[in-house]
Every structure is written in structure tokens, then in C-alpha cells.
Write a protein that binds this ligand. Structure first.
Ligand code: GLP
Length: 266
């Protein structure tokens, strides 16, 4: 996999990459896996801009979101349904039948998860899975310890994640739902291509674990290293805990070409 360290806006970078892959698609529909979170707000704004300028369309894109809190209705401002509507779907030309988001209010959560896996399969699998990274290295809501072959399921959220996400719930971790539905790490790894984004110093340890640590379920992000077409796009703050040869390579490349992205093969 590749670790790409860029000084450019991660959202613009990722949106432009999505457009390139969409243009080069080899089949209809183009199937995207989508994340939520603060990191990817700019990415959605950039995608909306591309659609409004006529440079991209969601008419032939099918989307599957990664996760959703259990117990929050779609109208709840912190539900991922609400987030996606606000940041993307209310502003682009995506047919509603093409949009898939796990229903955290489903009466049978386990059935909801297996239907989601079937829907991904029926859509022909995910072409490009976008994602963010939790401070503890979680992917989607796959908390540390999640098996790399895990599939869509109910997850108990860790205290670390509830604390990190409390900023969206009046800074009160007790208001953050204790459970979520999430695609599994195995579901993510089955996508043809992965592009994950990490910004800010709060992600630095997770990025350093990815670059320098062993591949382990204790750090779910390290599962990306087992995929043949995966990239993590990081800003310099998120890369700030790199040490050893990775840091040396980055510093040398940065000194030689200060305005260019630095690409490390992990
Ligand atoms: C939540 C989401 C993850 C996301 C993470 C990081 O926990 N379930 O999919 O990667 O937040 O969010 P942020 O970008 O706000 O740091």
C-alpha cells in the first residue's frame, strides 16, 4: 500500500481522485463506499462543487456508507443519514434508489447487516472505498480487536471513540450511542480499491502504527497493508509521529521537492 503525505487540501485531493476513477470506470454503475466524520467534510464540499460545475454526476454512482449509530433516527443531526443528506445527497443528482446507509433503527439489526452485505454483492462489489481513521486506528466503526475477515455487524463502541465523537454531542460522551452498525474490515478489504484519509495530530499515532508497526487487529488501520490497491492520504500533522526510515525518507523528499506529495510504499 501507499502512504501519501500531502500539503494540499485532503478533500480536494480525494474528490479529484474520485472523479478520475469515476471517469475511468470500466462498468456501470460505479460503486463507492463512503465515510462520515470531520475529515471528509471538505471532500464532500469538493464533490458537490464538481457536480454543480457539470464535471461529475452521481446518476451512475451507487453508494454504500460505512456505518451508522444504533438508535439515532435519520432526522437526528448526529446520525450519519443526516450527515450524508446535508453534506452530499441533498446537493447532487444521486437517485435515491442508489443510496445505501445502514439503518440503526432497524427492528432486527442482524438482519439489517446481512441484507447490507447482500446489497453490496448485488451491486457488483465496491469499486472504491473511501474512509477516515479513528484516533485508536479504527476503520468505519471496527474497533481494535476486530477480525480482518469481519463482515457488517453490530459493534460496541469503545470509550476512546465515544470520547472522540463527544464533540458532536455537546461534549458529553454519555450522549454518544454505545453501539453502531458497521461494515466489517473484511467488507472493506473486498473493495477493488481503498483510499483512506487522516488529518491532524490526533491521527498521528494511528498513521505511525500503520507505517512502522506490525499488522495487527489491535490497530485496525493496519489491515490496509494487506490490500493490493490501498492508499492512506495524510496531511503533515497526521504524519508527524513517523520515525526511523519513514521519517528520514519523508524529510529528504520534502527538502528536495517541497511542493510535491511524498509517496511511501509500505
Ligand atoms: C467516526 C466514524 C469513522 C471515522 C472516524 C473519524 O468514528 N465512524 O468512520 O473515520 O469517526 O472521524 P473524524 O474524521 O471526525 O476524525
Amino acid at each position: 500500500m501507499k502512504l501519501i503525505i500531502t500539503k494540499h487540501n485532503l478533500g480536494l485531493w480525494a474528490a479529484s481522485y474520485i472523479r478520475t476513477r469515476w471517469q475511468a470506470r470500466s462498468k456501470e454503475p460505479f460503486v463507492l463506499g463512503l465515510p462520515t466524520g470531520g475529515t471528509v467534510v471538505d471532500m464532500y464540499a469538493a464533490l458537490v462543487g464538481l457536480v454543480k460545475n457539470g464535471k461529475m454526476s452521481f446518476r451512475n454512482i451507487v453508494t454504500f456508507n460505512m456505518d451508522e449509530y444504533v438508535g439515532l433516527p435519520p432526522q437526528h443531526e448526529q446520525s450519519y443519514h443526516y450527515y450524508m443528506h446535508q453534506h452530499l445527497f441533498s446537493q447532487v443528482d444521486a437517485p435515491s434508489a442508489n443510496i445505501h446507509i445502514l439503518n440503526g433503527m432497524a427492528p432486527d439489526l442482524h438482519a439489517e447487516c446481512s441484507l447490507y452485505e447482500k446489497a453490496i454483492e448485488q451491486a457488483g462489489g465496491i469499486d472504491l472505498f473511501l474512509g477516515g481513521v479513528g484516533r485508536n486506528g479504527h476503520l468505519a466503526f471496527n474497533e481494535p480487536g476486530s477480525a480482518f475477515n469481519s463482515r457488517t455487524r453490530v459493534m460496541e463502541l469503545t470509550d476512546s471513540t465515544r470520547q472522540a465523537n463527544a464533540r458532536f454531542f455537546g461534549n458529553n460522551p454519555a450522549l454518544v450511542p454505545s453501539q453502531a452498525l458497521t461494515v466489517g474490515i473484511g467488507t472493506v478489504l473486498q473493495a477493488k480499491e481503498l483510499l483512506f484519509l487522516a488529518s491532524g495530530v490526533s491521527k498521528a499515532e494511528a498513521v505511525a502504527r500503520l507505517a512502522q508497526g506490525e499488522i495487527t487487529p489491535s490497530w485496525p488501520i493496519t489491515a490496509l497493508k494487506t490490500h493490493s490497491r490501498a492508499a492512506l492520504l495524510a496531511d503533515p500533522e497526521a504524519a508527524s509521529a513517523l520515525t526511523g526510515p519513514a521519517k528520514a525518507y519523508w524529510e529528504q523528499a520534502r527538502a528536495q521537492h517541497p511542493d510535491e506529495d511524498v509517496i511511501l510504499t509500505l
